[in-house]
Write a protein that binds this ligand. Structure first.
Ligand code: ADP
Ligand code: MG
Length: 328
């Protein structure tokens, strides 16, 4: 793992000094504290995240790491305690209730984990897709056409006249994606859309999200606790304890013989306050706890356990190679 920023973040951070100016989605030091019966839970602890227009990003993390909280904030269902959150032109901290309805209706679509939460049980798939269109005032002919197109694109055209009870979990979730896309949102959020599905069916649903991204150009943010998702997406962001901790970026390289291979590179995320989380394996391997020694080298920063003798400065303590600084 290299301690460096993803190229996207780097560009956004340096531009005019405003964090994420060019990004479609900006979460800047997001904090969400829940109070329940006198106990405070910090679900988000200064989370930074940028998503570019047209990206398909997966957010992974253990149960309780703050993924659903983040999606509730981004989808306009919940307000953060502190920080800045913007999606396109919408400042989610400053929306009126009226704007919130508008935002939820036009700007974003959702797919939830519980299949039952996504679809109306007594309506067919086609009717489920046309429902949000009717609410948005789209005419009947256009509604019918769009519902058919969306169900076809997601590979569930054959389910158009079936009610949810007559479909598999995977089919229901793909119909749910069609419902989420009905009003042509700029962003589709999916919270554990494969949480109740087996591996093979999960694959179809993730491919459905990829189709939405590639063929309709929708920016997609999918949350999951399944790290296997990274095979389906360009970028996987890991959340730990309410903060982004690392990212895996996949790039396709073409070899000299023309064949393609995928390279996945893992990055640690340096937050806006300069904090970086060292992976547990690294900490365990060198018994890094409490204080550590940092040294600025010409091209990188090194971290030493504080208990060890200070590394011999080379060639001398006052040259650019040997500056040591102890961090509390
Ligand atoms: P994830 O989706 O990653 O499993 P959540 O965002 O649901 O995580 O939860 C993050 C933390 O916030 C957990 O500790 C959870 O118990 C707590 N939490 C979530 N929602 C509430 C709530 N409404 N009231 C109190 N605590 C909550
Ligand atoms: Mg969750």
């Amino acid at each position: 793992m290299t301690t460096t920023l993803g190229a996207l973040e780097e560009r956004a951070r340096t531009r005019n000094g405003e964090f994420g100016e060019d990004a479609l989605i900006v979460c800047d030091s997001l904090v969400r504290i829940y109070q329940s019966e006198g106990i405070e839970v910090q679900a988000l602890q200064g989370l930074d995240l940028l998503v570019e227009r047209g990206e398909l990003v997966a957010i992974v993390g253990a149960s309780g790491s703050g993924k659903s909280t983040l999606l509730s904030v981004l989808s306009g269902l919940d307000a953060p305690t502190a920080g800045r959150v913007r999606v396109g032109p919408w400042d989610l901290m400053a929306m009126s209730p009226r704007q919130r309805v508008d935002y939820r209706r036009r700007m974003v679509g959702f797919v939830w984990q519980q299949t039952a939460r996504n679809l109306v049980p007594y309506l067919t798939s086609a009717e489920n897709v046309t429902l949000p269109l009717a609410l948005a005032g789209v005419g009947r002919a256009e509604r019918t056409r769009r519902a058919k197109d969306l169900l076809d694109v997601l590979g569930v055209g054959y389910c158009a006249d079936r009610r949810p009870g007559a479909m598999s979990g995977g089919e229901q979730q793909r119909v749910a994606i069609a419902v989420g896309l009905a009003n042509e949102p700029q962003v589709l959020f999916a919270d554990e859309p494969t949480g109740e599905l087996d591996t093979a069916t999960s694959h179809d649903v993730l491919e459905g999200l990829r189709t939405a991204n590639r063929e309709l150009g929708t920016t997609v943010v999918v949350v999951t606790h399944d790290s296997g998702v990274s095979e389906h997406v360009q970028r996987t962001v890991a959340i730990r304890d309410g903060r982004t901790s690392s990212e895996v970026v996949r790039r396709t390289h073409t070899r000299e013989d023309g064949s393609e291979h995928v390279v996945a590179e893992e990055f640690a995320v340096l937050d806006r306050a300069g904090r970086v989380q060292l992976p547990r394996e690294y900490r365990d391997a060198l018994a890094l706890v409490g204080r550590v020694r940092l040294a600025l080298e010409e091209s990188h920063v090194s971290v030493w356990p504080s208990g060890r003798p200070e590394p011999a400065p080379d060639p001398g303590p006052d040259t650019k190679h040997g500056r040591h600084r102890e961090q509390p």
